[in-house]
Ligand binder design. Sequence first.
Ligand SMILES: C[S@@+](CC[C@H](N)C(=O)[O-])C[C@H]1O[C@@H](n2cnc3c(N)ncnc32)[C@H](O)[C@@H]1O
Length: 340
Amino acid sequence: MGHKMKLQHFAENLRFPNFFQPDYPELQKGFALKGKWKRDFFGNDHDLIVELGCGKGEYTVGLAEKYPGKNFIGVDIKGARMWKGAKAAVDNKMDNVAFLRTRVELISYCFDVDEINEIWITFPDPQPRPKQVRKRLTSPRFLKMYRELMQSGGLLHIKTDNRPFFEYSAGVLSELGFEVLFQTTDLYQSQWQGEAKSFTTFYEKKFLEVGMPINYLKAKMVGNDRVKESENNSFFKRVYDVVRQIPHGRVTSYGAIAAFLGSKGSARMVGWAMNASHNSPMPVPAHRVLNRNGVLTGKHHFGSSELMQQLLENEGIEVKADQVVDLQKYFWDPAKELKR
Ligand SMILES: C[S@@+](CC[C@H](N)C(=O)[O-])C[C@H]1O[C@@H](n2cnc3c(N)ncnc32)[C@H](O)[C@@H]1O
């Protein structure tokens, strides 16, 4: 988009009645619509659905058209992109749509506790480098914030082309007591019938054109009062409890942990738990968990790709071509070693 066009869009955004772009001093003073979106802007008491990183707002506008009995707000920092959704809503006289230009980091200045019923995160920037983890819209600091702002039982949807981001998000969600209701790593090949298939965003179109499968998950926020209990009992937590008991110089496999936890088919979930284990408040010796052939499949989640091997070698375990040599010698089976 040319510079002139951008300026034109910025100017029009200022005139749209559905477009809000509070600056930081205004947020600090107290944003007038915080806690009052339904009453003071939408003029009703309908559910509020928020799309984070909405870009041009395909979901915000698409869902709003389909569900006139619900309220929708698209949030992004890029005003020129948001213009498209805001203009479509104004042109079509949609009174259940607003756009809020702010950083997601600041949404607790814009929404009150329990004000949001549902959140969509559509094709967020994956922020792949370890240094960028905090910027991911599903990192613990963001999810804790959403948890505060969402009503108990509220739904969170994530659509992304990026598999590592997806697995990371599933891990953090589970750690923070969200219940994952459905997940797929190939939405359009799945039997899923929900809204995740109803709209194609600007970025999604680009990914589909080059044949990328789309990952999607739907999670439920359990009540804040129940979060602690759920955190303690979550599958990831149980995995970490087992991994912390693997002795120095021994290794196990994703499948062996899954079988020990009574969920043989969940080896992949154990893998996801290991990939997210750096989020756990207590250290988890994730380097001691390998695939069933002793291959270091999780090595890319260790900051540097050589670190997992180094940690194993420091414990006297020989590794060649990313695989533990003589796996049986070091193998530790939780089903045999731990009492249930
Ligand atoms: C890859 S684009 C996806 C846009 C749109 N959802 C789509 O699928 O076409 C990611 C969007 O997230 C926005 N974004 C990323 N981090 C943000 C943040 N911290 N606060 C607000 N917006 C953010 C960017 O401005 C960008 O528009």
